[in-house]
Design a protein around this ligand. Structure first.
Ligand SMILES: [Zn+2]
Length: 398
C-alpha cells in the first residue's frame, strides 16, 4: 500500500507490516524516515512504529552507528518541535524522553502556545513522562515547576486539564525525589476528578506517611485497591480501623479483603494488638473474617511477641469452622513458638482432613523434634485420607 505522503523515497507498508518494515531499516534510514514522518499529518502509524524502534535503540545503547542515529533522531525531533511543521508531537517527545536528551528540557517544559493551551500546563501530555525519563536536575526542576502550575491552576475560575494532572503525577512518581514527592502531595490534595487506576497505583508505590489521608480517601471509592496497596506500604496505625472494618465485613469483595488483610499484616506486631481483641469481640464474625485474623496474626507476629497471641491462635484451632482451624495451624507454624507444638500435634487428629493436611505441612516447616517426627510418621502411614498422608510424608522430608 502506498501512502504517497511518505516522501519521495519511503514507501510505507500497511499497518500490519509496519514493525517488520521499520525493524528492517538501517539506523540512518530509520532516522531519515522518522524525520520525514514527523512532518506529515497522516503518518501517525509509521511515526509511532519508528519512534518505538528508536526507543528500543535508546534502551539498548548499542553500536556507535546506532548511537549516532539516535543523536540524529534527537536533532530531528528538536527541529520538528521548534517548527510549526511538526505533526507528530507526541512521537517526537517520546523519542526525546527515551533518548534522555537533556538539550530538549527547554522545549519540553515550555509554556504551551496559547492557541492550543486550553487549560493545559504541558506542551503535550507526553512531555511530563519524557522529562521524568530525562531525569536531569534541570528536567526534574522543570517538572516540579509545572506541577506547581497545575496545582495553582486549580482555582474555581479555571479548571485545569485532568490529563495534565495525571501525567505530571505519573512523572513525579517516576522521579520520586523528595522535591517530586512534595509536589505530588500538593497535586493529590487538590485532585478533583479521580485519577486513572495506573496513576493512583504509581502514587501508592511511592507514598509516605503524608499521603495517608489521600490513600484513605481512595479506599472509600472505586480506586480502593490502590489505596490499600499504598497503606500496606506506609504501614500506619491510623488506617487500622478502616482496614479492620473491611476485613470484618461480609460485603467486602475478595480482592479488597485480601489487600486489607495485607495492609493490616504490614503493621507487624502492632497489628496483633489492633486485630486480636476484635476476634473475641466478634465471635459471630464470618469464617472468612476469622480466617483472615488467623492469617494476619501469623504474618504480623514475630516469635518474641507477647505470650497472649499464640494463645489466641491456639483458641482459633478450636474454631467450629475447619478452614479457620487450618488457617490457625498455618499461622502457628509461621510463628514457630515451641509452646504451641503440643497444640499443633493435637491438630493432626482434627476431624477435618483439610486441617490435618495443613497442620502436617506446617509441622514440616518447624524445627524437627522427636515428637513431631514420630507424629508425622504415624500420620503418613495411618491417616485415612490420602492427601493428608502425602502431606505428612512430604513434611518429613522437607
Ligand atoms: Zn492537559
Amino acid at each position: 500500500m502506498d501512502h504517497g505522503a511518505g516522501g519521495p523515497w519511503v514507501k510505507w507498508p500497511g499497518h500490519g507490516d509496519l514493525r517488520t518494515f521499520v525493524d528492517g531499516l538501517a539506523p540512518d534510514e530509520l532516522v531519515a524516515a522518522f524525520a520525514k514522518a514527523l512532518t506529515y499529518p497522516r503518518l501517525g502509524g509509521p511515526a509511532a512504529a519508528a519512534a518505538r524502534r528508536l526507543g528500543r535503540l535508546a534502551r539498548a545503547a548499542g553500536t556507535p552507528e546506532e548511537q549516532q542515529a539516535l543523536a540524529g533522531a534527537v536533532h530531528a525531533c528538536l527541529a520538528a518541535l521548534s517548527s510549526a511543521e511538526c505533526r507528530q508531537v507526541d512521537h517526537a517527545v517520546y523519542v526525546l524522553g527515551m533518548a534522555r536528551a537533556e538539550e530538549a528540557v527547554p522545549a519540553l517544559s515550555a509554556t504551551p502556545p496559547t492557541h492550543r493551551a486550553r487549560s493545559c500546563a504541558l506542551v503535550t501530555h507526553e512531555a511530563a513522562v519524557a522529562l521524568a525519563r530525562i531525569g536531569s536536575p534541570a528536567a526534574a526542576a522543570a517538572l516540579v515547576r509545572i506541577a506547581g502550575e497545575v496545582e495553582a491552576g486549580r482555582l474555581p475560575t479555571r479548571r485545569s486539564c485532568t490529563q495534565c494532572e495525571e501525567q505530571v503525577a505519573l512523572a513525579l512518581c517516576m522521579l520520586a525525589t523528595p522535591e517530586a514527592l512534595d509536589a505530588l502531595l500538593g497535586l493529590t490534595r487538590t485532585m478533583q476528578e479521580l485519577w486513572q487506576e495506573k496513576v493512583v497505583h504509581a502514587v501508592a508505590r511511592v507514598a509516605d506517611q503524608r499521603f495517608v489521608p489521600f490513600l484513605l480517601e481512595l479506599c472509600a471509592g472505586p480506586r480502593r485497591a490502590a489505596g490499600l496497596v499504598g497503606l500496606a506500604r506506609v504501614a500506619t496505625l491510623r488506617a487500622a480501623p478502616a482496614m479492620l472494618e473491611l476485613v470484618r465485613s461480609d460485603a467486602t469483595d475478595r480482592r479488597t479483603h485480601r489487600l486489607a488483610a495485607q495492609a493490616l499484616a504490614a503493621l507487624g506486631p502492632r497489628a496483633a494488638y489492633v486485630a486480636s481483641p476484635r476476634i473475641w469481640e466478634n465471635r459471630g464474625a464470618s469464617p472468612r473474617a476469622r480466617r483472615a485474623f488467623a492469617w494476619i496474626l501469623g504474618r504480623a507476629l514475630t516469635p518474641d511477641a507477647g505470650p497472649q497471641f499464640p494463645e489466641q491462635l491456639t483458641e482459633l484451632l478450636a474454631d467450629p469452622d475447619p478452614t479457620v482451624r487450618a488457617a490457625a495451624a498455618g499461622a502457628l507454624a509461621r510463628l514457630a513458638d515451641p509452646r504451641t507444638d503440643a497444640d499443633l500435634l493435637n491438630a493432626l487428629h482434627d476431624p477435618d482432613y483439610r486441617v490435618r493436611a495443613r497442620t502436617a505441612t506446617a509441622l514440616g516447616r518447624l524445627p524437627r523434634t522427636v515428637d513431631t517426627m514420630a507424629a508425622l510418621a504415624h500420620v503418613a502411614t495411618n491417616d485415612p485420607v490420602r492427601c493428608v498422608r502425602s502431606a505428612a510424608h512430604a513434611a518429613q522430608w522437607h
